[in-house]
Design a binder for this molecule. Structure first.
Ligand SMILES: [Zn+2]
Length: 485
């Protein structure tokens, strides 16, 4: 009896308790025993790599709905159209001529298919304009082999962005030169292969990635004056629109349900590994935060949506579709945050050029001040699911995380469960829980930016270049994407 009375008293107390108490309980729960790690093992080992448009991706959608259901968090599947299917069925290449060998290759996402395409292999240096000028007419009808600087965890994310940018430029030069195809050298040693999508030039050229060791061997032979021919068969399933879906969990606000805070991570991954760092770890974080809020019976004032985006790797499609489908609600979107950098320590946030959001973030992180220091970067970043919120003027954040082992395993066969820093993922989940709780309960809110404010951001930053590198500039420039005037 006494126990029951004490429990009732505790419940009454919790109903009248101040919000600070709620956030402390939530943070404590996130740091305690939760199924976040077993969820992640299930998503990666059981569902596996889940490219949008594949059966495994469909299974991942059902997996996510079931996890939300189990946690008693209402969740829906929000279908949308993916504009362009691309799956690799099989790829092979062989090198012949003065010397012959069989390198390991894969197709870059959005490469065209090719049936026994043979051509001279030529040394394209680092794929710069000067390299193509040196090649002159010899690039025409040839496979152009392009070197890359080695990427490792010390170079980190900057190296990844550099690789995207360089490959975009090289592909454009190769098209102009009339090349038969481009062969990029893997930037990572030990025969590691990975998918780096060619988002800016879909279906225009056969584009391969060759393991670093064989690509360097070919490069050395070419530089010694040997002549080599490459023959490749690229079998891809590509080119048609199809249906996919986001999974949106929702905890409805108790006082201002029409005001919405979104935190999200993308459910899809590439197919070579099992998408543990990119981005299963943050998917399970979203589910676990929703689960603990529900389990503790906490009632946020505003609605919180836990978005598991799809089609992120094909051009940030799922979050784009969400901003289209929820256009009427965007004025009341208080904040949208994305988490997409594996399990490296959360160091702060990319705040997208919105000065006013920084003091709010700092205030909401107070309950996890023991996990600081936090430092924010007030710059816009293109490359994950904050993008369409940013271009719609919705206050948006990206978790800025330590590179840890993210870059070396990025989109690669090695992005698997064993690479996850389990303890850090737990700590990150506590930080994100405090942040979302702050945005969902504060009396403050920022207004949505106008079209002219967004244009001003584009003009004063490097957004255009970033958008070009990720193949989304045309959509913005043509008015297809972003806030309408
Ligand atoms: Zn990602």
């Amino acid at each position: 009896m006494k126990t029951i009375f004490a429990l009732c008293a505790a419940l009454v107390f919790s109903n009248t308790a101040v919000a600070d108490d709620d956030v402390d309980r939530l943070v404590g729960a996130m740091l305690g025993q939760t199924p976040i790690i077993s969820d992640l093992q299930s998503l990666t080992d059981e569902v596996g790599g889940r490219v949008t448009g594949s059966p495994a991706n469909e299974a991942a959608i059902e997996w996510a709905l079931a996890r939300f259901l189990q946690a008693e968090v209402p969740a829906t599947k929000e279908a949308f159209e993916m504009p362009y299917q691309w799956q690799e069925r099989g790829v092979s290449a062989s090198i012949s001529g003065d010397f012959g060998f069989t390198p390991r290759v894969i197709a870059k996402p959005f490469s065209t298919g090719a049936d026994e395409l043979a051509g001279p292999l030529v040394d394209g240096g680092m794929g710069s304009a000067a390299d193509f000028a040196r090649l002159g007419g010899s690039a025409e009808g040839a496979w152009v082999l392009v070197g890359t600087p080695e990427l490792n965890d010390e170079i980190g994310l900057g190296g990844l962005f550099g690789e995207y940018s360089a490959s975009t430029q090289t592909t454009a030069l190769a098209i102009d030169a009339g090349a038969a195809g481009v062969v990029f050298m893997s930037s990572r040693p030990q025969n590691l292969l990975y998918r780096l999508p060619q988002l800016s030039a879909k279906d225009v050229l056969p584009i391969l990635l060759m393991d670093r060791e064989h690509a360097q061997r070919a490069q050395r032979l070419l530089r010694n004056g040997q002549s080599l021919t490459m023959t490749s068969t690229i079998d891809v399933d590509s080119g048609y629109a199809y249906e996919s879906a986001n999974v949106i969990g929702e905890i409805r606000g108790s006082e201002s349900p029409e005001e919405i805070v979104v935190i999200g991570a993308h459910l899809d991954s590439h197919d070579l590994g099992t998408g543990a760092l990119d981005n299963g770890s943050n998917v399970t974080m979203m589910i676990d935060i929703a689960r603990q809020i529900t389990r503790l019976g906490l009632k946020p004032k505003r609605t919180i949506r836990f978005a598991l985006w799809n089609g992120e790797e094909q051009g940030l499609v799922g979050s784009w579709r969400y901003t289209q489908q929820h256009q009427d609600e965007l004025d009341d979107h208080i904040m949208a945050a994305s988490f997409d950098i594996g399990t490296g320590r959360l160091l702060g946030f990319y705040t997208g050029g919105m000065d006013d959001i920084i003091p709010m973030v700092n205030e909401y992180l107070q309950p996890v001040a023991g996990l600081d220091p936090f430092e924010h970067f007030n710059v816009p970043v293109v490359g994950t699911d904050n993008f369409d919120f940013m271009m719609e003027g919705v206050p948006n954040l990206i978790g800025h995380q330590a590179d840890a082992n993210y870059a070396s395993n990025y989109h690669a066969s090695s992005d698997t469960f064993d690479k996850v820093d389990q303890q850090q993922l737990k700590m990150n989940s506590a930080i994100v829980a405090a942040l979302v709780w702050g945005f969902a309960n504060s009396d403050d809110r920022l207004p949505r930016w106008s079209r002219s404010q967004i244009e001003e951001l584009v003009n004063r930053t490097d957004l255009e270049k970033q958008m070009r590198d990720f193949g989304v500039w045309e959509d913005w420039a043509s008015g297809n994407r972003g806030r309408q005037p």
